[in-house]
Design a protein around this ligand. Structure first.
Ligand SMILES: [Zn+2]
Length: 131
């Protein structure tokens, strides 16, 4: 597998847990996740037509640092300038509110580490534990 270190951005090959160039462990921290969530939420300078330097490809919206395309009713794909990709899946709620959806998100970072965020309702009759 090929992957790029998040720390030194260098190309690595194989399934190793550590970057062969800088030695950094292959992981993702809260900062990297927050940066991606911030771009998804804010979409700075969002535009319908790409400008020079924007990501190439089929997208609905370009913004500073990334682009997205929405497949109506199923999911939105995001691509970011650093090579990170994300998919926001839609799980619809009340039919009376077609824009309603719950958070169900997968993020794949350039170091081939994925982070998933999914919201769930905690019912009283279902045992739930963080341990
Ligand atoms: Zn590195």
């Amino acid at each position: 597998m090929e992957w790029n270190c998040l720390e030194c951005k260098q190309f690595n090959q194989g399934d190793g847990l550590f970057c062969g160039k800088c030695g950094r462990r292959r992981e993702v921290g809260a900062k990297q996740v927050l940066d991606i969530l911030g771009l998804m939420e804010n979409q700075p300078n969002a535009r319908r037509t790409p400008q020079p330097g924007d990501l190439p490809g089929q997208f609905d919206i370009w913004f500073d640092g990334g682009a997205s395309i929405t497949h109506t009713g199923t999911h939105t794909e995001y691509e970011f300038a650093d090579g990170t990709r994300a998919v926001q899946k839609y799980r619809f709620g009340p039919l009376s509110d077609p824009d309603y959806h719950v958070l169900d998100l997968d993020i794949a970072f350039p170091n081939k580490v994925s982070v998933s965020i999914a919201s769930r309702v905690l019912f009283d009759n279902v045992h739930y534990s963080f341990s």
